[in-house]
Design a protein around this ligand. Structure first.
Ligand SMILES: Nc1nc2c(c(=O)[nH]1)N[C@H]1C(S)=C(S)[C@@H](COP(=O)(O)O)O[C@H]1N2
Ligand SMILES: [Mo]
Length: 316
């Protein structure tokens, strides 16, 4: 496997160049239209026909679209892109290869834990959540800190409903979220040992209960493909993509601001809030605009990624 330890200056996510995206797009449109023979032969045993992450093989989920959350002036990104161009460092840093490396990951059954400052700690299976909370579809932007973006029809339920059910005590001010640790199934966790696995993130409680914060269990009418964070991920689209933690196994309610993965790695570049802000450049590149991955067009980045009407009051 071709994994290099990044040089110190490159440790965090790299600046996007349009060439690899263009390449990825061609490759995945090809994979979607013509099957995966090209990829399969190049990658040998890793990506055989039986484990192809085809959305048709995923359990379908029905959910009404919530008309309050739509993205004006942009098309929904094709699933060949959203499920074929992924940041999921547990598998690999090469976005084009995450799907095939995640194809055999066991994302069901899946235990989730709630603990910390709650009335009663809880342990349950992810499918209990799918039964407990009515599902809705929301079309959300996803803006990566690397200055590319996609538009995705997520299926899930408001995080506020989940927090209400989890019953945090009055002392709780934050929620810490942690992903899985499964090096046997994840080449990135085995080989990229300089990352502090498992991935961890956090929100203030007023952020977690804002109506935009969404817990995601599906996309495009079916359960999430592994590469998009199956079986449970967060969508906080007013923040850079890395805040939207995938593969969640634990919610811990705390009275202190929890540490976060990218902040711990590179504190000068990634802060706790990480709200999308076109006026504040990343130390190594501008955040004023972004590449819409499917069209390859450069578009302006919006304050709070377009969700200011819902979230700006949290930060006054
Ligand atoms: N557990 C985990 N969650 C993660 C990441 C990751 O590497 N591991 N990458 C983040 C980043 S940088 C982005 S941009 C989004 C990408 O989500 P997508 O691949 O479903 O589009 O997931 C976020 N959540
Ligand atoms: Mo990202």
């Amino acid at each position: 496997m071709n994994i290099r330890k990044p040089k110190p200056g490159q440790l965090p996510e790299r600046e996007v160049s349009s060439e690899p995206i263009y390449h990825a797009r061609r490759r995945f449109l090809q994979a979607a239209g013509l099957g995966v023979s090209g990829l399969a032969s190049r990658l040998g045993a890793v990506f055989t026909a039986g484990t192809t992450p085809r959305s048709a093989e995923l359990r379908s989920l029905t959910a009404q679209r919530n008309p309050k959350f739509k993205v004006e002036g942009r098309e929904i990104s094709p699933e060949a892109i959203t499920a074929g161009f992924n940041n999921y460092y547990e598998f690999l840093t090469d976005k084009r290869r995450v799907a095939e490396l995640a194809a055999g990951f066991h994302s069901r059954p899946w235990q989730i834990e709630v603990r910390g400052l709650v009335e009663k700690p809880l342990k349950f299976d992810v499918d209990d959540l799918l039964k407990r909370f009515p599902l809705e579809e929301r079309v959300y932007r996803l803006r990566c800190v690397e200055a590319w973006s996609i538009v995705v029809p997520w299926i899930g339920f408001p995080m506020a409903k989940f927090v209400e059910w989890a019953k945090p005590t009055a002392k709780a001010k934050h929620v810490r979220m942690v992903s899985f640790l499964r090096p046997a199934e994840c080449p990135g966790q085995r080989e990229q040992t300089w990352y502090p696995w498992p991935y961890f993130e956090g929100l203030r409680l007023d952020e977690a209960t804002n109506e935009v914060a969404f817990l995601v269990v599906g996309s495009f009418g079916h359960v999430l493909p592994n590469q998009n964070g199956s079986p449970l991920r967060l969508a906080v689209p007013w923040k850079y993509g890395y805040k939207s933690i995938k593969g969640i196994t634990l919610f811990e309610f705390t009275d202190k601001q929890p540490p976060t993965f990218w902040n711990k790695l590179v504190p000068a570049e990634y802060d706790f809030l990480s709200n999308v802000n076109p006026a504040k450049p990343h130390p190594r590149w501008s955040q004023a605009s972004e590449i819409d991955v499917p069209s390859q067009k450069r578009i302006p980045t919006l304050p709070y990624n377009g969700y200011g009407e819902f979230v700006a009051q949290l930060y006054r």
